[in-house]
Design a protein around this ligand. Structure first.
Ligand code: AMP
Ligand code: MN
Ligand code: MN
Ligand code: MN
Length: 287
């Protein structure tokens, strides 16, 4: 049975292509019963999404996905059930967004060096009012014919070692977890299988995250392969983390998986929503 709970997705407030209302309506049409909006480094879509969710009878969980630098790697920490009015969280995210502008200039300068001009303006045309991200550069580069799709454009231009990649220091793991838990939310390591950490670093990260007050990791996500569901279910158990699940949906044709198509969490996982009154009464059939 598919999971009807989706705790990770993006709207036009970050790098998704659907505005918050359309995203919630789409989720409802896909049969999603409980949804968290987790835009990158921005809470600007939460009010609108909450209103839309109410009118569609979808249980709504305010969320965020925070960009973090940990031991020279970029990690994403999802915050669920956060308080969107908590000042340290708001101020912290504001600083991250400011850093994104400087980084975008660095990315554009790198692309200029190989003869790709105008990418800063081009990317901003895609990001409009939202945060500026590599995804917006990718959309511009595809539009200009530098690659056939987002995935190949990332590989060719936007990942470490490529001309459009600009080394950037995000906030610390400590800050991200403190902002989330300080606001009353749950800190979740997003798509841990994407970081290619190896056994030793995985263990280091999980221990450090737990010591800081993190309590959950994503197990079933659009970014994990099927074997990774089992792998991270085991790691969750080993470190006494609860398990979260989310499609990481960015819009039609933008993501690895559609909404409402993910399998349920493995049976031996403790779901992150176990003690959330607004979600726990939703009966989720398990695989
Ligand atoms: P940024 O936070 O600006 O570094 O952008 C990261 C975003 O780019 C992620 O949240 C994904 O939406 C997207 N992304 C990262 N890597 C890839 C990839 N290989 N292919 C397609 N999209 C990607
Ligand atoms: Mn994204
Ligand atoms: Mn992510
Ligand atoms: Mn995401």
């Amino acid at each position: 049975m598919p999971s009807l709970i989706d705790l990770h997705c993006h709207s036009t407030v970050s790098d998704g292509v659907l505005p918050p209302t359309d995203l919630v309506n789409y989720a409802a049409d896909c049969g999603i019963l409980a949804l968290a909006l987790t835009d990158h480094d921005d809470l600007g879509g939460l009010d609108e999404a909450a209103r839309a969710a109410k009118s569609r009878d979808v249980r709504f969980i305010p969320g965020v996905e925070i960009s973090v630098t940990w031991r020279k790697r970029t990690l994403h920490i999802v915050g669920l059930r956060i308080d969107p009015t908590y000042p340290p969280l708001l101020e912290g995210l504001h600083r991250i967004r400011a850093g994104r502008h400087t980084r975008a200039e660095g990315m554009a300068a790198g692309l200029s060096k190989i003869g790709i001009h105008g990418s800063l303006e081009g990317a901003y045309q895609y990001s409009k009012e939202s945060i500026i991200s590599r995804t917006h550069f990718a959309r511009f580069l595809v539009e200009k014919g530098y690659a056939k799709d987002t995935r190949s454009v990332f590989k060719k231009y936007l990942v470490k070692g490529k001309p459009g990649y600009f080394e950037h220091e995000w906030t610390s793991l400590d800050n991200a977890v403190r902002w989330i838990t300080g606001s009353g939310g749950v800190a979740v390591i997003a798509h841990p299988g994407r970081y290619d950490l190896g056994r030793i670093n995985t263990s280091l990260l999980m221990n450090e995250f737990r010591n800081l007050g993190g309590t959950s990791i994503e197990v079933v996500t659009g970014s994990h392969s099927v074997p990774q569901y089992q792998q991270f279910a085991k790691i969750a158990k080993q470190f006494s983390f609860s398990a979260s699940t989310g499609s990481d949906y960015h819009g039609p044709g933008q993501s690895y998986i559609e909404m409402g198509r993910m399998p349920s969490l493995p049976l031996d996982c403790v779901p992150v929503w176990k003690n959330w009154p607004e979600v726990r009464d939703i009966v989720v059939e398990t695989v």
